[in-house]
Design a binder for this molecule. Sequence first.
Ligand code: ARG
Length: 582
Amino acid sequence: MPSLGARLRDRVAEAITAALGDAGGAADPRLQRSDRADWQANGVLALAKSLKANPRELAAKVVEALTADDVVAAGEVSGPGFINLTVSGPAILRQAAARVDDPRLGLPVAASTGVSVVDYSQPNIAKEMHVGHLRSTIIGDAIVRVLEFTGERVVRNNHLGDWGTQFGMLIQDLRERPELLAGEEEGGDQPSMSRLNRLYRGARARFDGDPDFADRARKRVVALQAGDPDTMDAWREIVEESKRYFEAVYAELDVLLTDADAVGESFYNPFLAEVCAELEESGVAVRSEGALCVFFDDVKGPDGSPVPLIVQKSDGGYGYGTTDLAAIRYRVNVLGATDLLYVVDSRQALHFKMVFETARRAGWLPEGVTARHLPFGTVLGPDGKPFKTRAGDTVRLVDLLQDAVDRAASVVREKSPDLSPEELAVRARQVGIGAVKYADLSTSRTRDYVFDVDRMVSLTGDTGVYLQYAYARIQSILRKAPDVTAAVDPEIPLEDPERALGLLLDEFGDAVAQVTELYEPHRLCNYLFSVASAFTAFYERCPVLKAPSEALMANRLLLCRLTAKTLRQGMALLGLATPEQL
Ligand code: ARG
């Protein structure tokens, strides 16, 4: 796990450890942010217990020994033996000045890291992307960006659903009715995807209604699995067309995924027989009613009978899980993965539990390699039920995004009526897409949330637009600022909102670390929202451009610059655009 940050917090902790001297040993000072002071150290209490000393007396001794330090301005014993600590104003300003011109804002790059393979987005060929794929794409993108920033080696992996019996009916239908494709010269990638989706549904309807066609479609599946050249050609065409469409969506969403990251399920086909053979030989899987199954003590159906992971069906076909097992072997052995991460809907929790346990038993997940399913909740419609169109269909992702961009356009137009149509279009996209991403990322990952575009593009409240607006406002202050010749003067006493903002800015590394440790981007969202709010409070109370002295202006401009840079870097890690003006 990458370690981040030489923070004020660390220096406060060091000061306590130094003050404890030999008595402290390896005791953790247990620092917490506190309402009553900047930090509260709770560790002395436990230490006193183990030393059989009086906690308040020990705390008093520590406070006495503290005073000579240049980071801690004051210490005070509180309650049963807590220590309230006030950080010195000059230390806060010096820390800000030291970080502001570093492109990484003082956060180190991890020296030695593992290899994280992140499985995300994972749309299915010949089908529309829906809101579930939106969540996986956005959350995965943020996690990848944060991990890469910390220095972790990351392999992005878009596990495309590009294989399965559904291709039998689609290819068979297209071969029987080529006129479905002919004559429909549609421009752009999006219509062509709608067409594939429509064709897919047409084929499905034929399959369900016409047993003879169903037979021919099944034969087509056999031909596909046998690698029949004509069938493979048709399959490849469909895959390519779908991929072009996905790429258009990724470009619109402004995520890092590219074609090079796409590894379809079909990639693992050559390994499936081997996976099954190994599982059977080692006894991890057993034959049951003709199928090859893995059983688990704690996985049972409602009637109490065991529910197996079926790796090979009785007809010889392989399951979705078999592909995942082959993928684990590949990612660990060939890609050198130390951390396998799967950003997938929480309804697949049982699937991953069974797959991971099988892989462990088979020895494909050796010690030191972790596999984690990072589940996420459902996107709900205004009625609080899983998001569907009025006709009961899944909502097309492209329509959703368009809707958000359109509404963002009206918000932007109202704020800046003089924008040219081109500028308006660019900004509406940044705001609309940012709003959708932020609404998703700021919700704790496992929770469901209601897709409410009006709330998402609101200028007030915990929204992406609010953050973008805060950033743009600071940039406008900085543009207006005169050339200040005075240097930052750390000795000028800090007002409360300056102190609060300065301390908060120093916690950027902690917010980033929470994302890498817990894979929870909402923690970074919460942090950035507090930064924007703390800035607002600061700006209301502490005039910057009209500061009473040049030195004070220099100090406040420093806080403005560090706030802007922290917001920009933090938002970039979430994949959010930061327009200079709004
Ligand atoms: N394509 C699947 C779906 O749309 C998700 C794949 C998740 N990743 C995996 N390695 N199983 O439901």
